[in-house]
Design a protein around this ligand. Sequence first.
Ligand SMILES: Nc1nc2c(ncn2[C@@H]2O[C@H](COP(=O)(O)OP(=O)(O)O)[C@@H](O)[C@H]2O)c(=O)[nH]1
Ligand SMILES: [Mg+2]
Ligand SMILES: [Zn+2]
Length: 266
Amino acid sequence: MVDWMASEDEGTIESVRPRRNLLYRQDEIRTKSFAANLDQVLILLAAEPEFSERQLARALISAEAEGITPLIVLNKSDLGILFDHAWARLQPYRDMGYDVLPLCMKNADSATPPPELASLDSRLRGKVTLVLGPSGVGKSTLINHWVPNALASTNEISRALNSGKHTTTSTSWYWVDAEKTTALIDSPGFQEFGLHHIEPTRLAQLMPDLRHHLGNCKFYNCTHLHEPGCGVISHIKNASSALPINEIRYQIYTELFSELSQIRHW
Ligand SMILES: Nc1nc2c(ncn2[C@@H]2O[C@H](COP(=O)(O)OP(=O)(O)O)[C@@H](O)[C@H]2O)c(=O)[nH]1
Ligand SMILES: [Mg+2]
Ligand SMILES: [Zn+2]
């Protein structure tokens, strides 16, 4: 967001406004910004291809780290049993407080669009939303539905770059309405979601299912990996716990903890 002054056929940037937030990923080599000044991150998954919980966890953690609200959307509800299976895999995420919406983009532009479209629409109105997700889940279909001229501009860019491909390789901001109150941001790069900017000791705070049980460990600097009297470990697969921690989620925590501990900050 900048303040700028028009001058004949050009413009001059007067100042760059401070960012409200910045979603980024960082690996060994570099830091890449996804987008700034977001109201929410829409993590689009689908009945197929089968989604990776590790990728989902990484996207959620980086949104939490910036205080950006994530919205998980599961597309392709027309795919019956595949959808049911994927929906069930998302149950722990509903339990830990995330909003998970079903979606069907198939026939979205027909005379009788699927009803799920209206509920997603109301979640997008008046907000700036970054759309993230692995390939094949329907991101382009979604963007083109809400921004009918997005495809046209994609083609234009491809032509200008003299490339035959229409795959998204850069992040684009699209206004959905003429009043410019609703925006969608299309971004590639869900695959390598490096979290190297996050301290391992901060991880549990950024995972709501673990966060819920913090504060009850015997040691104040507990890593929740092996310590006796750990208030987090005692809730793993614990049927008597009001909010048991799912085994896969805990495994993701320990993997990420060790990955982030190996990084040298210099
Ligand atoms: N069955 C079904 N297929 C869908 C749905 N939404 C999108 N698709 C299809 O999924 C494929 C990938 O969609 P695309 O928008 O290119 O995904 P992207 O890679 O995330 O941009 C295309 O063949 C779409 O037609 C849906 O709700 N149901
Ligand atoms: Mg696409
Ligand atoms: Zn602990």
